[in-house]
Design a protein around this ligand. Structure first.
Ligand SMILES: [Zn+2]
Ligand SMILES: [Zn+2]
Length: 263
């Protein structure tokens, strides 16, 4: 075993994931309040004080909500492109920019884990997804993206575990009560992935060797866990793969954490 992963919370109200290789402990996004981060970590036998770094994907509130208190309480380094850190500091009156590093885009180590950020298309200043590498094990987290570009696929390929966005059901969004402008934003190139696009992405990932998928950032208004599961699982089954034998698919929820995934 190299990595353990637990999504503490995921959705439009807040996102936070814990990843460790047993030596290095990383938080990926801090979009829930600090108290909930602490209790989520305690629940799996961890705590804030032992974290080695916080990776931030982009500056939207649902990814940084707990960051201000977290950085006040501790001196854990915060990693993101300097443009994102700048936007966070502007929005939250923090001083995360002091952690900016020139080698962010080319990849860097947090102790024993090699972190490789990659660009995604979303309406933020410099949104990224991340792959984390330790030995031959690889984990990818990619949420808040409008399209799956060849570069995103190239980065995520070969991951043992992928946390991927399955935000909305296209029909539910179309018929739902959101204003037209917001609907266009969500389904646009800088918005969020639909179940069908996630299903196509999942198929490519499983073909590249991915064994565990965690569907994340599900909309509470425009999606149902059963619809996301059905879209992704049927796409994988069409490859001849057997769910729960060749590949597992789990939903990450807003109000409860996922199981601890090991690879
Ligand atoms: Zn976002
Ligand atoms: Zn988000």
């Amino acid at each position: 075993m190299n990595f353990s992963v637990c999504v503490l919370s995921s959705g439009s109200k807040g996102n936070c994931t814990y990843i460790t290789d047993g030596t290095t402990k990383i938080l990926l996004d801090a979009g829930i309040c600090c108290r909930d981060i602490e209790s989520g970590l305690n629940d799996i036998g961890e705590n804030i004080a032992s974290l080695d770094g916080i990776l931030i994907t982009h500056e939207h509130c649902d990814h940084i909500r707990g960051l201000k208190t977290l950085t006040k309480k501790s001196d854990i380094p915060v990693y993101s492109n300097y443009k994102t850190l700048n936007a966070i500091d502007y929005a939250m009156a923090t001083s995360t920019k002091r952690y900016a590093r020139e080698d962010f885009d080319s990849g860097f180590y947090i102790k024993s884990i090699f972190v490789q950020p990659f660009r995604i298309s979303h309406d933020a200043v410099y949104p990224v997804g991340y792959t984390l590498n330790r030995g031959s094990s690889k984990i990818t987290s990619v949420t808040d993206l409008g399209i799956v570009s060849p570069n995103i696929l190239a980065n995520a390929k070969g991951s043992d575990i992928v946390i991927l966005e399955s935000n909305h059901d296209e029909e539910m969004l179309k018929r739902g009560k959101y204003p037209e402008m917001l609907k266009r934003r969500i389904e646009g190139k800088l918005g969020h992935l639909s179940n069908n696009t996630a299903a196509q992405f999942a198929r490519d990932l499983v073909q590249s060797g991915t064994k565990q998928l965690i569907l994340a950032h599900l909309s509470e208004e425009n999606n149902l866990p059963a619809l996301a599961l059905e879209a992704v699982c049927s796409s994988i089954v069409s490859l001849g793969a057997v769910i729960d034998k060749d590949v597992t698919v789990e939903i990450a929820y807003q109000r409860s954490r996922t199981a601890l995934h090991n690879c």
